[in-house]
Design a protein around this ligand. Structure first.
Ligand code: URA
Length: 434
């Protein structure tokens, strides 16, 4: 077999066989096929797409390119969740303890933030001492003992994706449903859980800019998960405005604690109750969505979910005194309020603009190798649909960088304020099942 012929085949819109896809992925991981040929293949995939069978085969080959995690030692349903990424998305940190409090086993591998989107690992590492690098045995033991652990993805999981994603990044070939779906699902399948819940976001702050593309991606990923025998469902959620109020690492952890104590932002609380209910159904811990919702609400209201979060932080060496008293988290040196330039209803708070502004304040990474200021970011005071008077505070920025003046303007530019009443936007638009 010659890779040049496979490129030609895909360029002409023909279907690649399983053997050919195996040859492609194995050859690339081993270094037998060079980047320039794989770049051509990726571009051909962008233009010609892939059939379902090709996508299943590609996912399988990627999944088998490295180690897979065996969680079978852990009794009960191992549940996993993946968000396609957004601004202020701290859902896993609230949801994980909630579902664990109801008996699900939340064994999750997470990633870091890049660009305007944040990452769960960075948020966790803003808690002094928190260790995201447990070995496999420690990870499994902790999930058995307290029902939850979140760690960094090991380097040996899906090496094909690491290589391919780096190449896609520099060849403008990220943006393809077959490539995104196989990339995400190969990692989720390799992580070993029984069930997978996907939060596929759409909007300015998301990968998928509109609901149609988000739905197409979600359907494809659900089909892949189910093809490999995992109960996979997806929720289509809006990322037109940031989720919750806080954007930035320790600022978000404080909001997580508030939410677990029952006084977090309404949208964040609602999405956690909704997604958590779907996860409990997947784990067969509830018979109906309503029952699952009630169970989760109870665990929030009686403080059990908060206690699980404390145990989780403690188990991974985090200093729980910061959780017990979040005022201990260091505040950034510079804090500046942003005020409403006029009275009216907020009709827009652009998630992408806020995410990029938080990154420029030091709360995120422009490049993978950048370091983060854990206390930098933005806390919004109002959400879309709310009325503000001229001069009311819209947001506060936190930064260690003295030249923040242009960012104040950017944050202000994220907001639109109008005279007519604006309805609160819907957050969860659809749930996709097999
Ligand atoms: N996230 C991934 O893990 N892979 C993609 O291709 C896109 C987003």
């Amino acid at each position: 077999m010659r890779f040049i012929d496979l490129i030609g085949k895909k360029r002409n819109g023909q279907e690649l066989t399983k053997e050919e896809i195996h040859f492609f992925i194995e050859g690339y991981v081993k270094g037998d096929i060079p980047d320039y040929q794989v770049s051509a293949m990726l571009m051909a995939i962008i233009f010609k797409g892939m059939t379902k069978q090709e996508i299943f085969d590609l996912t399988e080959e990627m999944l088998n390119s490295g180690e897979t995690i065996d969680l079978s030692e852990i009794e009960g349903y191992k549940v996993d969740k993946h968000s396609t990424g957004g601004v202020g998305d701290k859902t896993s940190l609230v949801l994980g303890p909630m579902v664990a409090a109801c008996g699900a086993k939340f064994a999750k591998m997470s990633g870091r933030g890049l660009g305007h989107t944040g990452g769960t690992l960075d948020k966790l590492e803003s808690i002094p001492g928190f260790n995201i690098s447990l070995d496999r045995k420690e990870f499994i033991e902790q999930v058995k003992r307290i029902g939850i652990s979140i760690i960094g993805q090991t380097g040996s999981l899906v090496p094909a994706d690491k290589k391919l994603y780096a190449l896609r990044d520099v060849t403008n070939t990220v943006d393809s449903i077959p490539l995104i779906a196989s990339s995400i699902m190969s990692k989720k399948l390799a992580s070993g859980s029984n069930t997978i819940l996907l939060d596929v976001k759409f909007g300015d702050g998301a990968f998928m800019k509109n609901i149609e593309d988000a739905t197409k991606l979600a359907k494809m990923m659900v089909e892949i998960g189910n093809y490999f025998g995992r109960d996979t469902r997806a929720e289509i959620t809006s990322m037109e405005e940031p989720l919750g109020l806080a954007v930035g690492n320790n600022l978000e952890v404080k909001e997580v604690v508030d939410t677990l104590l029952g006084h977090g932002p309404e949208d964040l609380t609602n999405i956690c109750l909704h997604s958590g209910s779907t996860m409990l159904l997947q784990a067969k811990l509830a018979n109906s969505f309503e029952e699952a919702h009630r169970m989760l609400k109870e665990k929030l209201d009686d403080g059990t979910a908060y206690k699980v979060f404390l145990e989780f932080v403690k188990a991974q060496n985090g200093d729980i005194s910061y959780i017990e008293d979040t005022s201990k988290f260091p505040l950034a040196l510079y804090r500046e309020k942003v005020y409403a330039p006029r009275s009216g209803y907020i009709s827009k708070c652009n998630a992408l603009t806020i995410g990029l502004a938080a990154m420029k304040l030091g709360g995120g990474r422009e490049r993978k190798e950048d370091t983060i200021d854990m206390s930098s970011g933005i806390v919004l005071k109002h959400k879309v649909g709310e009325f503000v008077n001229k001069g009311d505070e819209l947001a506060t920025l936190y930064t260690e960088r003295p030249k923040y003046e242009p960012i104040v303007k950017e944050i202000l530019g994220a907001f639109e304020i109008v005279d007519e009443k604006v309805e609160k936007p819907r957050l969860i638009l659809d749930t996709i099942e097999a």
